[in-house]
Design a protein around this ligand. Structure first.
Ligand SMILES: [Cu+2]
Length: 120
């Protein structure tokens, strides 16, 4: 393989790895993925591997009947990797559909399914 082709491949590989590390990847959450919380007013927190534009990210709560409720994101300057919200939850199954804008301008999306159990 000619040298300039090999150089091009190395540069492409570098760009690909930079890109992947810059995207916001969900690393931790409350509730946990497929976890459960008890009914009532619950804090919701999604933590990522990189800084998030909290003002331009989205969280939507989807109930078992497919109804969608946009969740207000509380901006926390001291927690730049996090999207925080809260919701009044009744027992049932839910999905938090998240869309996170990383500071590099890339958007990632995902679903966080969880269960709400009756309050003890
Ligand atoms: Cu990115």
């Amino acid at each position: 393989m000619p040298l300039h082709c090999r150089v091009a491949i190395v540069i492409l590989a570098l760009l690909a790895s930079l890109n992947a590390s810059a995207h916001a990847i969900l690393t931790e959450s409350t509730p946990k993925l497929n976890g459960s919380v008890s009914a009532g007013h619950q804090a919701l927190a999604l933590k990522y591997n990189s800084k998030i534009d909290q003002g331009r990210s989205r969280l939507v709560l989807i109930a078992a009947d497919k109804s969608e409720t946009p969740l207000a994101i509380t901006a926390h300057a001291d927690k730049p990797n996090e999207l925080d919200s809260a919701a009044d939850l009744k027992p049932g199954t839910y999905v938090i559909r998240w869309q996170a804008l990383a500071l590099d301008g890339h958007i990632t999306r995902g679903d966080l399914p969880f269960t709400v159990t009756a309050a003890p």
